[in-house]
Design a binder for this molecule. Sequence first.
Ligand code: ADP
Length: 290
Amino acid sequence: MNTKIRGLDIHMEGIVHLYPSQEGDVVALRGVDLDVEAGEEFALLGPSGSGKSTILALLSGLHRPSAGRILMGEYDLGRLSPSQLLRLRATEVSLVLQDPARNLLPYATAAQNVEFAQRGARARGHRPPFGAQELLDQLGMGHLAHRTVATLSGGEQQRVAIATGTAPAPRLLLVDEPTSQLDTKSRDQVVALLAQINQTLGATVVSVTHDPEVGAAMPRTVTIRDGRIGAEGRRGQEFAVVGKDGSVQLPPDVLERLPPGTLLRVRRHASGVDLLSPELESQETPPRDS
Ligand code: ADP
């Protein structure tokens, strides 16, 4: 993979998403603002039901948001027709679904699966700059090329599913829970594969995970809880974010303990700034003279 492609940048603004149901609408996203740079590797972290897969479905154009705007590179997703969205999904944006079996033809070989995805891209005027064998070789899966998918282990199937997602040379690779149900060794191989695709191909790679260990291996994470964006992480360390308007976004579990209007004491010191909650301090520190 000598060719570097131009990754897509992402700008999500005020995204609300509702799923209609018989008992009333389910609010999956409650005003999500999120920016991802072109060529960034990034993970959305959060418990089950927090809205992660909904974000991937919106970014891949599978659903349209109930409100808000999504800009990706030169595309304003809300302005694309269904056929333009289909083209985008076969060429510049790839979505790897959670269960490898849903991404792969089980009785075809790994190489045939990659070729099939490339054929779909070519039919829409997009020319992947590498062949199936070349891609699998580059991604360390050359030895699996002629194996039938159904005979591969779970970890191998997941890596072939990711290679198939990479087949069109997408500018954005979206991967839903790539390590669920994998042992530690397979999990680490998948994490390394995603980093390799990001670094060698140049694609923006967005993964969704509920596994903090996977998050810790990512250059950047954003926590999502109850359809809202929370703290930022860098290689496993958590950060509060100062927004464009100067407001500070705290990790969701911290926010739960600090009701709106809470005063935080600002303490400056040589290595940075601490925000201290006098109320929580007095709850947690036993009085000195008792
Ligand atoms: P996650 O990926 O973090 O597990 P999801 O995005 O799948 O979260 O779901 C977010 C919320 O939306 C959950 O409350 C879930 O039950 C609900 N939801 C997701 N898909 C549907 C659907 N097709 N119909 C109704 N509710 C849905």
